[in-house]
Write a protein that binds this ligand. Structure first.
Ligand code: SF4
Length: 244
């Protein structure tokens, strides 16, 4: 075993994660659910809006849109230009508006939101992360949504060793107990934004330090010309891969 480290105990890790993120803002999709926008269709549309958009933006944009239309039929009835206007602030409003209109028409015709990963990913603009969020939060079905935070953190823990979010999702499906499949995204998004950040993870004081192998995290470097040290460890790996 690594010196100074304990065996990885996933139940303990999730208890510590809950404690750590209790006072942090929730991940946008879970916050929307708690504000009454937890239907599969709303989760699907909000997840699409949130792609490459900060939570602080996607949350109010989603709520503004749902105040106007929150069903497939109502959404499909919007003019594209109006929908683009309602998406103002999110990234790529024009292509997202086209995707939302296309999937809304298809769902309205079918009568329901697909309830499988494959069915969801057959919809225009929907990738594995969006499909897993919809399945997990909207339908309450076990599904692991791996975004950049989940991918980065579970690899730093040494819990998996995978080069891409897609491979990380497959690796997690093999080792992570199913009871944590939805929760892992809920906990690691705020944890990754505030504690285990991409550039300078705040390992000092991190409650997970004895469980985490800190894979790829360089030790603190003394400040040039003085006895002091940089405030936190540095990240070794390059920027995480883009994903939708
Ligand atoms: S010890 Fe450091 S690398 Fe590990 S989870 Fe905590 S902040 Fe992240």
């Amino acid at each position: 075993m690594d010196a100074g480290k304990d065996p990885f105990d996933v139940d303990l890790v999730f208890r510590l994660l809950r404690e750590t993120v209790a006072r942090l803002p929730k991940a946008a999709m879970f916050e929307l659910r708690d504000r009454g926008h937890g239907s599969p269709f709303e989760q699907l549309v909000a997840a699409l809006i949130s792609a490459r958009t900060r939570d602080e933006v996607s949350l109010p944009v989603s709520e503004r849109l749902f105040a106007v239309a929150n069903t497939p039929a109502a959404m499909a009835g919007l003019e594209e230009a109006r929908l683009v206007g309602l998406l103002n602030g999110a990234t790529f409003p024009e292509p997202k508006a086209r995707d939302i209109l296309a999937l809304s028409r298809r769902i309205a015709e079918a009568g329901s939101v697909p309830d499988t990963l494959e069915g969801l990913m057959a919809l225009r603009g929907v990738g594995p992360k969006i499909a897993a969020l919809t399945l997990g939060i909207g339908f309450g079905r076990p599904a692991i949504s791996v975004d950049i935070h989940v991918h980065r953190i579970v690899n730093r823990w040494g819990y998996v060793a995978a080069p891409t979010p897609e491979r990380t999702m497959q690796a997690l499906e093999a080792v992570l107990p199913e009871r944590y499949w939805i929760e892992i995204n809920e906990r690691l998004v705020p944890f990754g934004k505030a504690i285990c950040t991409g550039e300078r993870p705040r390992c000092e004081g991190c409650l997970l330090i004895r469980q985490c192998r800190q894979v790829g995290v360089l030790p603190t470097r003394p400040a040039a010309g003085g006895p002091g040290a940089a405030p936190s460890p540095r990240r070794r790996s390059p920027r995480p891969p883009a994903m939708r």
